[in-house]
Design a protein around this ligand. Structure first.
Ligand SMILES: [Mn+2]
Length: 281
């Protein structure tokens, strides 16, 4: 058992020292890219921080972890975007302790940190729930540090998972979802060793243990939906999903067992295992 629950697009961990809320993929400043494409939307950052703070309040969250891609521009900043990120972090930081685990879009974010906001390594962070279980968190575009593989639960973001549902009249909705998938530890060990430049043996878990002193323990992986509703993402129930859509090191290396992955709407509704949701019509 783990002390983990979902509240809208926030994951809640009942931690040893208070409750931890996790949200991901805010992509602040996305409005600029949309406007270059001809879609003019008013700035969304205040609305986003207000709704995050509402969830913080409702769930009595003491620490907020932003699991990567706080900002949208991949490298550096537009001037106005930096202001936007600073103001958002300031608004959040006034009410709750904020920790950022950076993603691939967060280059230069250290320039926009208000006092008190913590920035940790992009290689991830480990927390403990009130039962003493360790839980690892990393954005998911790149591998975490090896010690994070000692937890049984890994929480990632980055792929912005959604599901498409279609009714009999052809009406379609695309909804962001939570994914909870079993982890294939053989594949995890194998791809991690390959990434580190080791020769991969017949028994990757054993080799991993020889090198790192422990077996990778991840039992399941949770993918957090993107917080920003204007973002695109992968549609997880496409039968013809190509490798270009399996983004991030865990999906690309098939570390998640997708057919049996449990899919939840953001209100917590369990939709079923992914294999039963492929191309629903
Ligand atoms: Mn990302």
């Amino acid at each position: 058992m783990y002390e983990i629950s979902f509240s809208d697009k926030m994951l809640i961990i009942k931690g040893k020292e208070g409750r931890i809320g996790v949200v991901a993929d805010l992509h602040l400043g996305l409005e600029y890219e949309l406007s270059e494409k001809g879609v003019k939307v008013v700035f969304q950052h205040r609305k986003l921080s207000r709704s995050i703070l509402r969830l913080v309040e409702e769930n009595s969250v003491d620490q907020l972890i932003l699991l990567g891609d706080v900002k949208h521009t991949v490298l550096g900043f537009r001037h106005a975007e930096m202001r936007m990120v600073y103001e958002t972090l300031q608004a959040l930081g006034k009410r709750v302790k904020v920790t950022i685990v950076p993603g691939n879009h967060d280059g230069g974010i250290e320039e926009a940190l208000p006092e008190g906001v913590e920035l940790v390594s992009p290689r991830g962070k480990m927390v403990r729930d009130s039962l003493g279980n360790s839980i690892s968190l990393v954005h998911g575009h790149a591998w975490p540090s090896s010690k994070l593989l000692q937890s049984e639960v890994l929480i990632i973001a980055h792929s912005h998972p959604t599901i498409e549902l279609r009714d009999i009249t052809g009406y379609r909705v695309i909804e962001p979802v939570w994914i909870k998938a079993d982890c294939n530890r053989e594949r995890l060990a194998e791809s991690y060793l390959r990434y580190k430049g080791y020769k991969v043996s017949e028994e990757p878990v054993k080799t991993f243990k020889e090198i790192y002193g422990f077996e990778p323990k991840i039992k399941y992986i949770i993918i957090v939906p993107a917080y920003n509703p204007l973002l695109g993402g992968i549609r997880i129930n496409r039968k013809d999903m190509g490798p270009e859509e399996l983004i991030g090191v865990f999906l690309l290396n098939k570390v998640l067992n997708l057919p049996t992955a449990e899919i939840y709407l953001v209100d917590g509704t369990f939709l079923g295992e992914l294999k039963y949701l492929l191309e629903i019509s």
